[in-house]
Design a protein around this ligand. Structure first.
Ligand SMILES: [Zn+2]
Length: 376
């Protein structure tokens, strides 16, 4: 089966703090996180804008016509977009943005324009409160540079079509329901942004967590249902991990590594496995301590894979080491929010299975071995 993806997050890139993740990455990319580890304005310090050119135009208007007011090295995101963007030479081309009217500067990619989801009965209310659909026909962190095709473009995508949008929201609503609102609040997960043709710096992705803004971008395009579910939880754990460990989330974690083989060292990150089409298969596991080969690419991927399996199909966590790893993640989740009690999650899942099996086939395919046809 074709796999799209991977090199998830960590090894990759982050720009505005996005963690690009797994699955997608195989057909495309780096990731969005690790590389540019700095994710917020504090970490990178003050931004520099040529003082002489800080004259905003178009204040209060929709269309900005005063091209002369654009500071040196900045370009527009669009004629009706209040943000300008610059690739910082001092930070390897990392993007930062300047608001034309408020003069706010930030390393965090501004959100595209969003609309709430319709009040679909198949999407539970807490998800409708946190999930949005992009309404810009296209969006990006920076327009492509015709001179340098490799220059960063940040998180890019387009408005989702109604049918796949609804289908994906129906699919993910039961997954979202496994997390109490307080859990999302405590780890800084603020919103889910539904879009299509999602890319990170030109590389195709299926989901991109933007750590700095607490946003998980989700491509609603065609993908196996199981993969969407798996990926949702996988990416969420990266966001949790970032909340717990900050930029050290790729660093050694003694409590975790005691469940690895003696002397084991992780690889260079998920992105380096994107050509390995079988790395997400359970059969690719090199030893009982790992779910699959992809899990050996980085400690963050290992955790995210275990978490996704824990939330989707616990039966694949068969070995003592995998069960110990899962127990550790559960303990950490419980420390964040006591409502993430295992019994609670299981009860929610069982309840939803009973409720939803009829029209979603929910849970049935989870019984199949494998953590997803592609990585997340
Ligand atoms: Zn990942």
């Amino acid at each position: 089966m074709k796999r799209l993806c991977n090199p998830c997050c960590p090894a990759g890139a982050v720009s505005s703090g996005a963690i690009g993740d797994a699955e997608e990455y195989r057909d495309g990319g780096t990731s969005t996180r690790g590389g540019d580890s700095s994710n917020d304005d504090q970490e990178l310090g003050p931004l520099r804008v040529q003082p002489s050119s800080r004259t905003a135009s178009g204040s209060g208007t929709t269309v900005y016509t005063d091209q002369a007011s654009i500071p040196q090295n900045f370009v527009e995101l669009g004629p009706d977009n209040p943000w300008l963007v610059c690739r910082s030479p001092a930070h390897g081309g990392k993007l930062f943005w300047l608001h034309r009217t408020t003069q706010e500067t930030t390393w965090r990619q501004p959100l595209p324009r969003l609309m709430p989801l319709p009040k679909w009965s198949t999407v539970h209310a807490p998800m409708r409160e946190t999930a949005f659909a992009v309404i810009d026909p296209i969006f990006y962190g920076a327009p492509a540079d015709p001179i340098d095709p490799k220059a960063r473009t940040g998180i890019c995508g387009k408005q989702p079509l109604p049918a796949p949008l609804r289908k994906t929201c129906d699919t993910l609503s039961p997954e979202h329901q496994l997390y109490p609102k307080r859990f999302f609040d405590r780890v800084g997960i603020k919103r889910f942004v539904m879009c299509e043709d999602l890319k990170y710096n030109g590389q195709r992705r299926r989901d991109v967590p933007d750590l700095s803004s607490g946003t998980l971008y989700i491509d609603v395009g065609d993908r196996a249902v199981r993969r969407k579910r798996h990926s949702f939880h996988h990416e969420l754990w990266h966001m949790v991990d970032y909340h717990l460990l900050g930029n050290a989330f790729e660093s050694h974690d003694a409590e975790w590594c005691e469940h690895n083989p003696r002397g084991f060292n992780y690889g260079n990150g998920g992105k380096f496995m994107r050509t390995d089409s079988s790395s997400s298969q359970l059969s690719s596991s090199p030893s009982p301590e790992f779910l699959n080969r992809y899990s050996t690419s980085s400690i963050a991927e290992d955790k995210a894979e275990v978490w996704a399996s824990l939330m989707c199909y616990q039966q694949v966590l068969k070995t003592p080491a995998l069960q110990a790893k899962a127990a550790l993640l559960k303990k950490r989740a419980l420390n964040i929010c006591s409502e993430m009690d295992e019994r609670c999650v299981c009860a929610r899942r069982v309840k939803m299975c009973v409720t939803l099996m009829g029209f979603h086939g929910f849970g049935l395919e989870h019984a199949q071995a494998g953590t997803g046809e592609e990585h997340e």
